[in-house]
Design a protein around this ligand. Sequence first.
Ligand code: F6P
Length: 359
Amino acid sequence: MRRIAILTGGGDCPGLNAVIRAVAKTAQNDHGLEVVGIRDSYWGLLCEDFVVLANRDVSGILNQGGTILGASRVNPFEETHRLGRLASPKEDWGYVKRILKRHRIDALVTVGGDGTQRVAHRASLAGIPIVAIPKTIDNDIRETDVTFGFDSAVSLVMQSLDILHTTAMSHHRAMVVEVMGRSVGWLALYAGVAGGGDVILIPEIPYDLELVHEKVLHRNSTGKRFSIVVVAEGARARGGEATFSGDTDASGRAIFGGVGKRLADRIEESTGIESRVTVLGHLQRGGPPTAYDRLLATRFGHHAVHLLVEREFGRMVALKGAHVKSVPLEKATRKTKPVPPDHPLIQAARSLDTCLGDK
Ligand code: F6P
């Protein structure tokens, strides 16, 4: 093995540059490998948009958010048809294999969330040497305790809740804060508890609107006179559906959006308490990585290179307790990882008198 390539796919997050840096430096310093960056994930792979990453190219990026390579949600199967490069409707990795051969790339490191890694798994089954690194602020990837990007997003949301407390208190309002996470509630739960949310609503626990109203009214009548309501973008009322914006992203997935505004309106209508909504949006994806995410991303990148050199392909690095290990990519990409109903933090939130919308 002489040359490896790395791509960063899906939604960006803090820590991506830390993992690019760790892969490039480990590959060069420990194994004398050349490292190629693939711009904009699978799109750049199909368009052969590559850049050699020498040590100097990854210097000074550890603390930078985003990804110096660019990211995209492009799925190569759809794109190759749209690009007209593949007559065959069947899944044909021959086109990609010829690109890798032409550029003397012996193996790939795919950094991304569930969408990126599901494509990586299919590429691996087609014989392309791949090691995957789990990344997402949603923390919804199985087989790893946590993904990098999650801690930075939790910190951003927590700080936002701290800030929103002062204005909610000043105006005696119910402040509804809509948080990312797609169909899981890890980010809303962790940040909601860390930020002192009075109500935390996650997709895994469909909420009873009456209970939310009662909680807000109770706080108002017992002197607190404000409430912080944290709602995951994929949360839904009992018997209801999640709220979508009506748009789809580049990979064809429906985009969540609107649950916060609807909830704020319902709370004001039923309780008479002034309510406002804050949608944190892509603030949760930006900014510098926390120390935890820099360290986790660095450990993941370092371990991924050694897996490649050992020819342990088709595997994903994973955090298990205090250790970084690897798991079959197939197991990690079967389905997303919801918050279990008996999660200790859910139990702690209930003990701290937090309303989770179900009792
Ligand atoms: O998967 C990460 C994520 O931030 C989700 O939490 C969010 O719903 C989605 O990406 C937003 O996607 P985009 O950046 O394409 O709008």
